[in-house]
Design a protein around this ligand. Structure first.
Ligand SMILES: [Zn+2]
Length: 352
C-alpha cells in the first residue's frame, strides 16, 4: 500500500498588467511512474488533508521532482495574462508542499485509495514500486525545539507562521536551515488592548536605474497628488509590504497604500503581548514585490510601465513591523493610516 508523493505548488503569481494577478494552485506527480496520474486536479483544494506524522503506516515513494521544474510549469500556466505584453512577473508567497496520495495494489492493478478506483495496470508479477520506496522521508527530521536561543523561554507562533516571537526577551526569530536567525523588528503601540497587530516588512531600498533614493523621488515618479515636502528629500525610500499572505488584489492595494502614505513611526522593540497575527510571508518573498508595488503606485501607467525594466532595487535594511489595527466588525483598519483590510480576506489568506 504505497502512498505516492505528489509535489504541489500553491502561490500567488503577480504580473504587471491592468488585471495581472492571479492565484495559482497546481500539483504535479513527483515520481518516475508515468502510469500514475500526473496531477491531483482540484482535489487538494477540495479534500481535507492532514500532516504526515511518523505513525502513518505504509511505504512512501521517493519524490524525484525538483521545485524549479514545477515553477517552470506555473510560468507556462500563467502566460496568458489577458492581452498585451507582460512586462514583469513575480511569484509571491510560494508555498510548496509535498502531498502523499494513498494508493494500494490488488490483482496487478494500482488503486486510488481515496476513490477506490483502479488507476493503472502493473506488469504481471513485478513489484515496480519496491526500488522507489523512500527509507528516510525528509519530513521525519523536520522538528526543531521552539526554545528562545537567547533566553531559553518558549517561543510563540502558530503552525503557519514563519517567524516565532519570544515575549520574555522581546525578540523575533525565523527558522532557517535548522537554526533560528534573529529578525530585526519593531512594534507601534496600539490604541488599547483590543488592537490587532498585523506584521509588515519595512524594506528600505534604493534604485540607481530610475534614481529612486528618497521618498520624495518616489512621490514624484509615481505622480502622487501631494506637494513634495523638503524633508522628504532626506527620507530614505521604504516599501511597506504585508508579511502575510492575502489574495493578490488586496496584497497589492495594501502594499501601495502603506508605501504611498508611509509614516516615520516611533517604533518600540517590544513584542505586543496579545492579538499578534502570524507572519506567513518571509522577507525574501516580500522583497520580490517591490517592483510591482512601484508599478501599482504609479498613477500614470503609460509613464511608469515602460520604465520598469530599468528598475533594480538594492535592499539596505529590512525590519518586521507590527502595526496596530482596530476591529470594526467586517474589517480591520490601521489606526494611523486608515488602511482597511476585510476580515474574510485575512481568513482566506491563511489557507493560501
Ligand atoms: Zn527570549
Amino acid at each position: 500500500m504505497p502512498p505516492v508523493c505528489v509535489l504541489r505548488v500553491a502561490h500567488t503569481s503577480v504580473g504587471i498588467h491592468p488585471s495581472g494577478h492571479r492565484i495559482v494552485d497546481i500539483t504535479r506527480q513527483g515520481t518516475a511512474f508515468k502510469q500514475l496520474p500526473m496531477s491531483l486536479g482540484l482535489r487538494p483544494q477540495v479534500l481535507k488533508m492532514r500532516f504526515v506524522s511518523p505513525d502513518v503506516n505504509g511505504s512512501f515513494l521517493k519524490c524525484s521532482l525538483r521545485a524549479a521544474d514545477v515553477l517552470a510549469k506555473v510560468g507556462r500556466h500563467t502566460l496568458a495574462f489577458g492581452s498585451g505584453k507582460l512586462l514583469h512577473r513575480a511569484y509571491i508567497g510560494k508555498a510548496l508542499s509535498l502531498i502523499y496520495l494513498p494508493l494500494f495494489v490488488q490483482k496487478n492493478k494500482v488503486f486510488d485509495a481515496v476513490t477506490n478506483r483502479p488507476i493503472a495496470n502493473l506488469p504481471r508479477g513485478e513489484d515496480i514500486f519496491a526500488p522507489a520506496i523512500d527509507d528516510s522521508p525528509r519530513w521525519q527530521m523536520a522538528f526543531m525545539a521552539t526554545i528562545c536561543p537567547q533566553c531559553g523561554w518558549n517561543l510563540d507562533g502558530e503552525r503557519d507562521s514563519v517567524a516565532l516571537t519570544c515575549k520574555n526577551c522581546d525578540t523575533v526569530w525565523e527558522a532557517s536551515e535548522g537554526k533560528f536567525i534573529q529578525v530585526g523588528f519593531g512594534a507601534i503601540p496600539g490604541r488599547d488592548e483590543t488592537s490587532i497587530y498585523l506584521p509588515f516588512w519595512r524594506i528600505s531600498a534604493g534604485d540607481n536605474g530610475l534614481k529612486i533614493n528618497s521618498y520624495a523621488d518616489f512621490i514624484r515618479l509615481t505622480n502622487q497628488p501631494k506637494v513634495v515636502q523638503r524633508h522628504w528629500e532626506d527620507q530614505g525610500m521604504a516599501f511597506w509590504i504585508p508579511a502575510f499572505k492575502i489574495r493578490p488584489k488586496v496584497f497589492l492595494r495594501v502594499a501601495r497604500q502603506m508605501t504611498v502614505s508611509q509614516k516615520a513611526f516611533e517604533m518600540e522593540k517590544v513584542v505586543p503581548k496579545r492579538n499578534l497575527y502570524p507572519v506567513t510571508l518571509p522577507q525574501t518573498e516580500a522583497a520580490q514585490s517591490m517592483k510591482i508595488t512601484l508599478a501599482s503606485s504609479g498613477l500614470i501607467k503609460t509613464k511608469i510601465f515602460p520604465l520598469l525594466p530599468r528598475v533594480s532595487f538594492t535592499i539596505e535594511k529590512s525590519t518586521l513591523v507590527y502595526l496596530p489595527f482596530s476591529d470594526t466588525g467586517h474589517e480591520v483598519i490601521q489606526e494611523h493610516m486608515r488602511v482597511g483590510i476585510n476580515k474574510n480576506a485575512l481568513k482566506f489568506g491563511r489557507g493560501l
